[in-house]
Design a protein around this ligand. Structure first.
Ligand SMILES: [Ca+2]
Ligand SMILES: [Ca+2]
Ligand SMILES: [Cu+2]
Length: 209
C-alpha cells in the first residue's frame, strides 16, 4: 500500500518528484507555498547532417545552452544564417561556417552570450547552404528557454503572469479561458500536455527577472 506523505512534510524544500503531491496539497489549501528544487538540465549536442541538398534534420528545437554540430556527410556545402529570397541566400551575419567546402564540421553553442549578441525574433535562427540555396537547402534552429512563455529568450515577470493565466493544474490539457492556446503550449515546459507546478518549477529554475 502506498502511503502519501502528509502535506506538512512538504513544507520548505520540495524535490521535483514530489511536485504532483505538492500540487494537490496546494490546491487543498494545506500548503501555502513550496520551494522547488529542480535539477539543472544537462546540455545537449544536436547533430545536423549535410548531404545531397539537405540538412538533416532541417528543423531543430533546442534549449538555451545546447550546441548544434553540423557534420558534412557528402557533397560541398556551408552553413550560413539567413533566409533564401528568390533562390538566393541572404546572410544575416549571425553565424557562418566559412566558405563552401567538403568534409567539414561546424559547431555552435547557443548559450546566453550568443543569443544576446545575435538575437533573433522568438529565438528562431534560419540558415541555408550557399551552394544549394536555390535548391532549397535550408534549415532552422529554434532556441527555447523553459518558462519563456512570450518567447523573448528571458524569463521574467511577464512570463510569470502569462504562466499564471495558463496554470490549469495537473492533467488539465486545455487552456483556461484567460489563456491563449499558444501560450498554453509554451507554458507546458515539460511537454506533457498540462500546465502545472512541474512547469512552474522549470520557469522558476530559469527565472532571470
Ligand atoms: Ca520571456
Ligand atoms: Ca506540463
Ligand atoms: Cu549544400
Amino acid at each position: 500500500m502506498k502511503v502519501e506523505r502528509p502535506c506538512s512534510a512538504l513544507l520548505g524544500t520540495v524535490a521535483t518528484r514530489d511536485m504532483v503531491r505538492a500540487t494537490r496539497c496546494l490546491r487543498q489549501g494545506l500548503l501555502a507555498s513550496v520551494v522547488l528544487v529542480h535539477a539543472a538540465a544537462g546540455q545537449t549536442v544536436h547533430t545536423v547532417e549535410l548531404m545531397h541538398i539537405n540538412f538533416l534534420p532541417p528543423e531543430l528545437t533546442i534549449r538555451l545552452g545546447d550546441t548544434v554540430h553540423w557534420v558534412w556527410i557528402e557533397g560541398i556545402h556551408n552553413v550560413e544564417s539567413g533566409i533564401v529570397q528568390k533562390g538566393f541566400g541572404v546572410h544575416d551575419g549571425r553565424f557562418r561556417s566559412g566558405d563552401p567546402d567538403f568534409a567539414l564540421e561546424f559547431s555552435l553553442l547557443f548559450d546566453r552570450q550568443f543569443v544576446d549578441a545575435q538575437p533573433a525574433p522568438e529565438g528562431i535562427y534560419p540558415y541555408y547552404c550557399l551552394v544549394h540555396s536555390f535548391k532549397g537547402m535550408t534549415g532552422v534552429i529554434e532556441v527555447v528557454v523553459s518558462g519563456d512563455v512570450d518567447r523573448d529568450l528571458d524569463v521574467d515577470l511577464a512570463d510569470h503572469d502569462q504562466f499564471t493565466d495558463c496554470n490549469g493544474g495537473p492533467d488539465v490539457t486545455t487552456a483556461p479561458p484567460q489563456c491563449d492556446p499558444l501560450d498554453f503550449q509554451r507554458a507546458d515546459s515539460d511537454n506533457d500536455g498540462d500546465v502545472d507546478l512541474l512547469d512552474f518549477a522549470a520557469l522558476q529554475n530559469e527565472f532571470t527577472g
